[in-house]
Design a protein around this ligand. Structure first.
Ligand SMILES: [Fe+2]
Ligand SMILES: [Fe+2]
Length: 477
C-alpha cells in the first residue's frame, strides 16, 4: 500500500483504486452527483479561489498541501491511515483476533448503519453552513469556513468509499441517499437532530464547530477502535482534519469573548450589545443551546445496541487502549445519569447503576463533557485576565434534552427539576430568543476586505500556515 496520494487519478486516493476497476467506476459515477450536490447545497458565496489545505499524504509530517484553489476543483480524495499488518482487535468478544479486512456477514447490517449515520452528518454540516460566507467577519474566517466545508465533503467521500467498497448494492444505494437527505428538509431530513438545526450566524458556527464537531471527534474516536480495519483507518485520518475544525470553534469563541470582555471593560458595562459586541448573556444562551443539542447526539444513557456493537467489536470506547480493565466489560457496572424515584414516589435527577456494557453512551458523553469544560475554562480565563468577574458555564446535563431519560422532564441550567409551566416562563433567559438571534444577525455585516475585521470579534492571534492575518485568503468572484 502506498501512503501518498495519486493525484493523476480522477479521484485522488491512497487505496490503489486503479486496481479495482469496478469500484473505481462505481465511485466515478457517484462523483458527478456529489459535485451537483456541492454546487446546489455547498457554499453559496461565489469565489474565484480559496487558500485551502488539501490532504496529500497520511504520514505524520507534511500531510497537507496549502494553495489557492477554486473550490469546485478541490481534490476530494480517499485517504486511509497506514495499515498496521499486525493490528489486532482491542476489545469485545473477538479481542486479540486479527482485525478484519472484510466484514463478517453477521455484522454487515450494523456496520452499514454506523457508517451511514456518521456519513450523514458530514454533508449535513455543509448544508447548515451554506449561507455563512455572505456575512463572514474577515477573509481569514471565510477561508476557515470553506476549509471546514471542503473537509466535511471529503469525510462524506470517506464514508461513501467504505459503502461502495464493502457493501455492494446496498452500499451504493446508501451513498445516493446521503446526497438526497438534506439538513432541515421536511420530507427527508438528516438522521440526527442537531444536524437539522440552522447555523444562521457566525456565533452559531463557532459554537457548532466547538460543540457539535467535537461530538464528531468522539464518535470517530470510537470508530477508530473498530475491528473492521478499513473503517478504523478511515476514521483515524479524518480525526486529523477534524482537529482544525475544533481549532476554528475554540478560537472563534475565544475571539468573540475577548471582544465582548474588552468592550465591557472599556465602557464599564455588563451589556456590550449597544457597543457593537455580542452580550455575554447571549453568548451563554448560544452555548446552552449548542451544548445541549450536542449532548443528545450521544443517544440514550443506556443502550443495548451499543452494548452489542461493543461486544461484536464494531465500535470501541474513547481511548480504548488506555483503559485499565479487561476490554470486555461483561462483569462490570457503572453509574449513569437517571431519574430516580424517592420513597414517596417523586422523581428527581440522580444516578443509577447499570451494566457497564449498556452504559457506553454515558461513558462517551462523560469524556465529551470533560473536554467541553476545558473550552469554558479557557474562555473564563479571558474574562479573568480582563479583570471581569463574569463567567460562562456548561448547563446541567438534564437541561434542554430531547434524547434520553431527561427528555421527559424540564430542568434549569443549574439542574433543578422544574415544571413545564416554569420552563415556559423562564426559557427565554436560557436559550436564544428571536430577539437575541435578530440582534446577533444585525451584527453580522460582511467584512470581505483584506486585513479588515468586523467589530464584534477580535482578530485571530495567528494566521493560517504561517501567513499573516492580512493575507489574501480568499479571492471573491
Ligand atoms: Fe467531519
Ligand atoms: Fe468537522
Amino acid at each position: 500500500m502506498t501512503t501518498s496520494a495519486d493525484y493523476t487519478e480522477k479521484i485522488p486516493n491512497n487505496v490503489d483504486l486503479h486496481e479495482d476497476r469496478r469500484l473505481q467506476r462505481a465511485l466515478e459515477s457517484w462523483q458527478p452527483n456529489f459535485l451537483h450536490w456541492w454546487e446546489s447545497m455547498g457554499p453559496a458565496l461565489p469565489t474565484q479561489d480559496v487558500y485551502l489545505r488539501t490532504a496529500i499524504n497520511v504520514g505524520r509530517e507534511g500531510w497537507a498541501h496549502f494553495d489557492h484553489v477554486a473550490m469546485r476543483d478541490y481534490r476530494w480524495g480517499i485517504f486511509l491511515a497506514e495499515r498496521d499488518r499486525d493490528r489486532r482487535i482491542g476489545f469485545g468478544q473477538h479481542k486479540g483476533e486479527p482485525a478484519w479486512q472484510q466484514i463478517p456477514g453477521e455484522y454487515r447490517a450494523d456496520l452499514r448503519r454506523l457508517i451511514v449515520i456518521q456519513g450523514d452528518t458530514e454533508p449535513a454540516s455543509v448544508e447548515q453552513q451554506r449561507n455563512l460566507g455572505a456575512t463572514a467577519p474577515s477573509l481569514y474566517d471565510l477561508r476557515n469556513l470553506f476549509q471546514v466545508n471542503v473537509e466535511e465533503g471529503r469525510h462524506l467521500w470517506a464514508m461513501v468509499y467504505l459503502l461502495h467498497a464493502h457493501f455492494g448494492r446496498d452500499g451504493r444505494d446508501e451513498a445516493e441517499e446521503l446526497l438526497h437527505r438534506n439538513s432541515g428538509s421536511l420530507d427527508s431530513p438528516r438522521i440526527l437532530g442537531a444536524f437539522n438545526e440552522e447555523t444562521p450566524d457566525w456565533l452559531s458556527f463557532f459554537m457548532f464547530t466547538y460543540f457539535t464537531d467535537r461530538d464528531g471527534k468522539y464518535q470517530l474516536g470510537t470508530l477508530k477502535e473498530s475491528a473492521f480495519d478499513p473503517l478504523s483507518r478511515t476514521c483515524e485520518f479524518m480525526l486529523k482534519e477534524e482537529a482544525h475544525h475544533m481549532m476554528v470553534g475554540t478560537t472563534g469563541v475565544d475571539r468573540v469573548v475577548e471582544r465582548t470582555a474588552q468592550l465591557m471593560v472599556e465602557n464599564d458595562t455588563n451589556d456590550a450589545g449597544p457597543h457593537g459586541a455580542i452580550p455575554l448573556n447571549v453568548i451563554q444562551k448560544y452555548l446552552n443551546f449548542h451544548y445541549s443539542v450536542s449532548l443528545d447526539l450521544f443517544g440514550g444513557e443506556t443502550s443495548t445496541n451499543v452494548a452489542n456493537y461493543y461486544t461484536a467489536g464494531l465500535k470501541g470506547r474513547w481511548m480504548e487502549d488506555r483503559r485499565k480493565d479487561d476490554h470486555k466489560l461483561t462483569d462490570d457496572g457503572m453509574l449513569v445519569d437517571a431519574l430516580v424515584e424517592g420513597d414517596s414516589g417523586e422523581q428527581s435527577i440522580g444516578q443509577a447503576e447499570v451494566a457497564a456494557l449498556t452504559g457506553l453512551n454515558s461513558d462517551l458523553r462523560r469524556e465529551y463533557i470533560a473536554d467541553c469544560q476545558s473550552g469554558v475554562n479557557r474562555w473564563n480565563k479571558i474574562f479573568a485576565d480582563a479583570g471581569l468577574p463574569h463567567r460562562l458555564k456548561l448547563p446541567h446535563v438534564a437541561f434542554n434534552r430531547k434524547v434520553g431519560v431527561f427528555a421527559s422532564i424540564e430542568a434549569s441550567p443549574d439542574g433543578e427539576m422544574i415544571s413545564a409551566d416554569e420552563w415556559q416562563r423562564r426559557v427565554s433567559q436560557w436559550l436564544p430568543t428571536n430577539v437575541d438571534k435578530t440582534f446577533v444577525r444585525s451584527l453580522m455585516q460582511p467584512v470581505h476586505q483584506r486585513g479588515k475585521i468586523a467589530a464584534w470579534i477580535a482578530p485571530p492571534r495567528h494566521g493560517i500556515n504561517g501567513k499573516p492575518f492580512d493575507y489574501e485568503y480568499v479571492h471573491l468572484a
